[in-house]
Write a protein that binds this ligand. Structure first.
Ligand code: MLT
Length: 393
């Protein structure tokens, strides 16, 4: 047997595991100190009451012979796909329910979708970016080229005619920088992808944080259904990080060399995936009811307020930052030109606050640091108070 030697090209551990381990080691060595985590983008508010009620009902159904469910459709129950379709329709995007695939989250889909692409494709990834895009392609041995997201371009790289790519990743609102493309800017990417016969993998996991003037779906752009797959999640929208549910949209119009990507993805999912549990899908569908939408909106507003608190803390300390507006992440420049991991260690040591080093998201993230607004209000305020006390000039 020959192992997949591409794994030798990966960093020793996944970014968020490495951060969690460092924080846990520190906490174990310093039991008298309270460590506050603003690192991984994990939610802290409980599921909305409408979601819980729907899941309870589904549990009851599973306990009765007449309503019990075994295997469900691999692509997701029609009731949930119809609800997702309706959600897009309310934003002016028309989809066919057959183009929507329910999954256990967009992180899995981000990696799994690569099954339908040949190894020879060149992948274009913004730098810095959510590490899953890079790591999954390194595992597959694909060539990766980078589009630098820097202060100069507002962390929003635009297509470069001289770069050739077959698979293009876009995450907007962006993780980690919080920068978000307008519809016009996305239009340039769509034009480029169509010209290059490339496919865009559009990660919309943070769309619910997008404000006025910022695109929430790539399908708002004309022509996108001919070149883009959209991945989305209930994790950040409705607090499903521990419940697990997401969806991927693969339009029927995506046809390359005579092969339909929708049909290929369906074939892949029916072969390798048995669907998301009925109970979870019932809970997910409740997110799109009037009541559910109102309740999750309140939760999102709570996180937005946390983002404002962190932003105010940065301002008080005179630390340049972006994000926090269309996104739950604050992307800050490490004070005193510190390197990302140096600042991580310093902050942990001095004030016991954990964040995510920017360099973990790519070379251009070096010297930057990410804080999440998904913490509790108490943790956010306490962490900010400690940072202000430590860094305020
Ligand atoms: C992050 O912190 O970047 C994300 O929460 C990680 C994830 O969604 O997998």
């Amino acid at each position: 047997m020959k192992p997949n030697i591409n794994y030798a090209n990966l960093a020793e551990s996944y970014l968020f595991s490495a951060v969690a381990k460092k924080a846990a080691d520190y906490a174990a060595a310093n039991p008298d100190k309270k460590v506050l985590k603003l690192s991984i983008g994990d939610v802290t508010l409980p599921l909305a009451p409408a979601v819980i009620a729907a899941m309870h009902e589904a549990v009851e159904e599973m306990g009765k012979k007449e309503t019990f469910k075994g295997y469900g459709p691999e692509q997701g129950y029609p009731f949930l796909r119809e609800s997702i379709k309706g959600y897009y329709a309310r934003r002016g995007v028309t989809l066919n329910a057959d183009e929507i695939f329910v999954s256990d989250g967009s992180k899995s889909d981000c990696g799994n979708i690569l099954d339908i692409f040949a190894k020879e494709n060149t992948v274009l990834v913004p730098d810095p970016v959510y590490p899953v895009y890079v790591d999954t392609n390194v595992m597959a041995g694909r060539k990766i080229v980078y589009a630098a997201a820097t202060e100069e371009n507002g962390f929003l790289p635009m297509p470069d005619e001289n770069t050739n790519a077959d698979i293009i990743y876009i995450c907007s609102p962006n993780n980690p920088t919080g920068a978000a493309y307008t519809k016009e800017q996305l239009g340039k990417w769509v034009e480029y992808a169509l010209r290059k016969n490339a496919v865009i993998l559009y990660d919309a996991a943070y769309e619910c944080f997008a404000e006025e003037g910022v695109a929430r779906s790539i399908y708002e752009v004309e022509g996108a259904k001919k070149c883009a797959i959209e991945l989305c999640s209930f994790s950040k929208t409705a607090g499903f990080t521990g419940t697990r549910c997401g969806y991927t949209v693969v339009p029927e119009t995506l046809v390359y060399e005579g092969m339909s990507l929708r049909k290929m993805w369906l074939r892949r999912q029916t072969t390798k995936f048995n669907g998301v549990s009925y109970i979870v899908q019932k809970g997910a569908a409740a997110v799109f009811t009037e009541e559910g939408e109102k309740q999750i909106r309140e939760n999102i507003d709570y996180y937005r307020e946390n983002a404002k608190i962190i932003a105010a803390c940065m301002e008080e300390c005179g630390i340049p930052y972006t994000g926090g507006k269309n996104s739950p992440y604050i992307w800050l420049k490490c004070p005193n030109s510190k390197k990302s991991w140096e600042f991580f260690d310093d902050m942990l040591e001095k004030v016991q606050v954990v964040g995510t080093p920017g360099s973990g998201f790519g070379e251009n993230g070096e010297g930057y640091f990410r804080l999440t607004a998904f913490g509790s209000r108490e943790t956010t305020k306490e962490a900010c108070a400690r940072i202000v006390k430590w860094l305020k000039k």
